[in-house]
Design a protein around this ligand. Structure first.
Ligand code: SF4
Length: 114
């Protein structure tokens, strides 16, 4: 039980550092592929296929996934991490395996799913 707690604590601490790194890339204006959005299964799969070889490259993952520092309005819906099925609320984390990064609730990417 104690070990589990320590593991979560360590993850959370690491998450904060990685979240800050992602935020810094957004803050300096990293150009990402915000459009086109992944409206179809095929479009999403194509993006995921590009992400898979980039598991250790934060900039490539942010670029391909289309990270953006605010919700993106698409088809009348504000798409944000907060409302995405892949968002872990308590950890503030994107659990989509191909992304696997800490995020903020108001950020967005084009793999958003409800
Ligand atoms: S998949 Fe969802 S939770 Fe992950 S970064 Fe994109 S919008 Fe945010």
């Amino acid at each position: 039980m104690t070990m589990e707690f320590r593991t979560v604590e360590a993850e959370t601490s690491g998450d904060d550092e990685r979240r800050l790194l992602v935020w810094k890339y957004l803050d300096v204006g990293l150009i990402t592929e915000v459009e086109p959005r992944a409206d179809t299964q095929q479009a999403a799969q194509d993006i995921l296929n590009r992400l898979k070889p980039e598991s250790n490259n934060v900039i490539a993952k942010m670029t391909i996934a289309g990270f953006y520092e605010a919700p993106v309005e698409h088809d009348g819906i504000d798409q944000s991490c907060e409302t995405c099925v892949y968002f872990q609320v308590h950890r503030r984390y994107c659990e989509l395996p191909e992304i696997d990064l800490p995020v903020e609730p108001h950020w967005s990417c084009r793999l958003w799913r409800i």
